[in-house]
Design a protein around this ligand. Structure first.
Ligand code: SF4
Length: 707
């Protein structure tokens, strides 16, 4: 029996590309179960699977189903049925409601799919293949029923395939061999993923555990594992890591765990990553999702990983009522503040995420959450619109009704492409109105989010915002002021067109969205590059970066707001304002990578700059001249990386477009580094004086989750 497994990504505008660990694990499950009775092949590129389907079609074609590849996979499944009508098509993954009705609706709508496997896929897929072998057929009518799969048949009754307990202990253990994560061989260790490890454009994906013990209503992560955390055998996982380190050509590794730093094994994993990096030079960057409530372990893990991993403390909201409605428990604000300081003292950047509009969220409660984020000292505050994920509590009919969710549709930013003459893109259903958050407020808040990205995340004028925070002005109030001034150049050139384009990108239904982008005159413009599906905040950020005068005038507006709303010393304000502008590298392609600038300022104001962490505590003051000097520098390696890319992207002719792409792939840098290293090493935290009051309880909670 020949099986092809696909975990597809789009040709154009694709996001991060990772090694297909999921389908690799499924392939192991069937190979372990049926040995030489089957052969498997893995695909991530649409072009390759299309070619192979035409030249050598398999008996079974299976797809992962995620928000970023669902329509692409459905297109290929349809094509496969045209090429070989008796091919068995199977789909599995989280992008379908996993209940009887949800699965039936999905399959009714997508007749080209013969079977759907929700939840963990290995054992059900192996069981389905076993039935095919036993009954010598790929016809679902002859198969009739198989536990764990929803066959696309009239009146089919789905039954979930549950994990059997370890009979010897009568207990489920979180690292039990009985869980599928430990039951089958490793696709890394048996060489199935070698061809992908050879590709430098692919990042290794690791999975040390599966599932999430929490149940935030907007998230699908815990659904597959029944809100349990299921742990992979540590020795086997460490072997996989060493194997990847030796073989991979990718520098960035991704951890698929929902809560890295939740169990003590994660310390061993972090240490091993460092050893692997030392021996093989990879990973240079390690991306992971931080555990929500285990601050001590997360801090230890971050200390071991050092600069190779950013720290994200996602909160989604700070409003207690909202957190209650979305069933989320964050660390309390005192703990978060302490946590941020500890990480910053080690020189690390701390990031948080806020999602809107959550259940029971209002514009005011969201703006308050943003204010709190600034006050707590987060270096980065990411804001995102809530996507509806099938199967989550938030996406249920009950929640939609209870909170008055109104959703709209737009193209998903996961890429698109032309496949067999058809333009295929992915769709994104997001909440754009609730009974407590109007659509007009959602349009308005887009400007606030953009200004946060511009001034805080990308740091244009950040020294002024730091000064503001230190004298009791929250950056959110400055952004509200800037957004209110409808006549300013900033509003006219950036905020208004941004809002307008934002309003226009939404459609009332998925059908309308698809109909629009299926029009020849629309997709042809996409094909020629005349029109692009861009992330709007980044598009307008790129537009702004090339307008030096506009950047300067907007920094000036921030200065004026601070002046008019405080009793700030004029000299201090002027100095910070100048420093904010000096930090910008206005000529992006100029090889002038360093400069020294003198600032005349009183000793008192100089001390304030240090206290507010606007300049380094190590800066020296020149008493004679009453001045200090700052050395600005732009790292050569980053400069070369960026300018080479900009040239390749035709920067001279289309600078906005080139900058947009450079920002999207994370190599667009527009600020000089200043020696403002405010790491206070001597304050390194000692856990004998642990401030996390809830820690013993957290440990207890985890122990209960994993008996
Ligand atoms: S803690 Fe994170 S992964 Fe777990 S349910 Fe909540 S959002 Fe999802």
């Amino acid at each position: 029996m020949k099986i092809y497994l696909c975990d597809l990504v789009h040709d154009i505008g694709q996001r991060t590309r990772v090694i297909p660990l999921g389908i690799g694990t499924i392939a192991c499950a069937v190979k372990d179960s049926y040995n030489d009775q089957i052969s498997t092949k893995l695909f991530i590129e649409a072009k390759k699977i299309i070619e192979k389907l035409k030249s050598d079609p398999p008996d079974v074609l299976a797809f992962s189903n995620y928000i970023w590849n669902t329509r692409l996979s459905l297109k290929i499944a349809k094509l496969a049925k045209e090429i070989k009508p008796n091919i068995l098509t199977v789909m599995g993954g989280p992008h379908a409601r996993p209940d009887q009705e949800g699965l039936k609706n999905f399959l009714d709508k997508n007749k080209q799919i013969d079977a759907y496997i929700p939840f963990e896929g290995e054992a059900p897929f192996a069981a389905l293949m076993g039935e095919c072998l036993k009954k010598k057929t790929f016809d679902i009518k002859k198969i009739g029923f198989v536990q764990g799969s929803f066959l696309n048949l009239e009146n089919y009754k789905f039954e979930r395939l549950m994990v059997k307990n370890d009979d010897t202990s009568k207990k489920e253990k979180y690292n039990s061999a009985y869980y599928t994560i430990n039951r089958y061989s490793s696709p890394y260790l048996n060489g199935d993923l070698d061809e992908f490890l050879d590709d430098p454009s692919l990042s290794p994906m690791l999975e040390s555990n599966r599932g999430c013990p929490y149940s935030c209503t907007f998230c699908a992560w815990g659904i597959g594992s029944g809100n349990k955390l299921i742990k992979k055998n540590l020795d086997r996982f460490l072997d996989e890591m060493w194997y990847i380190g030796k073989k991979t050509k990718g520098d960035v590794w991704f951890m698929a765990d929902a809560n890295f730093g939740i169990v003590k094994d994660d310390i061993t994993i972090a240490k091993t990553l460092k050893e692997i990096n030392k021996k093989y030079g990879s990973p240079k960057t390690f991306i992971y999702h931080t555990a929500k409530n285990n601050a001590k372990l997360v801090f230890q893990v971050a200390n071991i990983l050092g600069d190779s991993a950013p720290v994200n403390i996602a909160v989604q909201s700070f409003d207690p009522k909202v957190l209650d409605k979305i069933k989320r428990k964050n660390l309390n604000n005192k703990e978060i503040s302490q946590f941020i300081k500890m990480h910053q003292a080690e020189g690390r950047t701390t990031t948080t995420d806020l999602l809107i509009p959550q259940s029971a969220e209002t514009l005011e409660s969201h703006l308050t959450s943003m204010r709190v984020g600034f006050e707590l000292g987060f270096d980065v505050i990411n804001t995102n619109i809530l996507r509806m994920l099938p199967g989550t509590e938030m996406e249920s009919d009950k929640s939609r009704k209870e909170f008055g969710f109104k959703t709209l549709w737009r193209p998903m930013d996961s890429g698109h492409g032309f496949y067999e003459g058809e333009f295929i893109f992915e769709t994104d259903e997001s909440i754009m109105e609730t009974s407590t958050f109007s659509i007009e407020e959602m349009h308005y808040v887009k400007s606030i989010h953009f200004l946060t990205l511009l001034y805080w995340l990308h740091g244009v004028g950040k020294p002024l915002l730091k000064l503001a925070l230190n004298i009791g002005i929250n950056p959110i109030d400055i952004f509200i002021f800037l957004a209110k001034d409808q006549k300013s150049e900033l509003s006219q050139k950036i905020l208004k067109p941004l809002q307008q384009e934002y309003k226009e990108e939404w459609f009332e239904s998925e059908e309308e969205l698809i109909k629009h982008y299926s029009k020849k005159e629309v997709y042809e413009k996409l094909a020629t590059g005349e029109v692009e599906l861009k992330k709007l905040n980044l598009k307008y950020f790129a537009n702004m970066i090339v307008e030096i005068d506009l950047l300067a005038s907007s920094i000036d507006s921030i200065k004026k707001y601070i002046q008019e709303n405080s009793k700030i010393d004029k000299e201090l304000l002027e100095t910070v304002s100048k420093l904010a502008f000096d930090t910008l590298k206005t000529d992006l392609t100029s090889p002038d990578l360093s400069k020294t600038i003198d600032y005349k300022v009183s000793k008192e104001n100089f001390d304030c700059l240090k206290k507010f962490q606007i300049i380094s505590k190590d800066e020296a003051y020149n008493d004679e001249d009453k001045s200090f000097s700052l050395n600005f520098y732009f790292p050569e390696e980053k400069f070369m990386l960026m300018t080479n890319k900009l040239k390749e992207l035709n920067f001279e002719e289309n600078p906005k477009n080139a900058i947009y792409t450079a920002v999207c792939i994370g190599i667009g840098k527009f600020l000089y580094n200043v020696n403002t290293n405010y790491a206070v090493k001597e304050s390194s935290y000692n856990f004998d004086k642990n401030p996390f009051e809830r820690l013993p309880e957290d440990q207890k909670e985890i122990a209960q989750i994993h008996p």
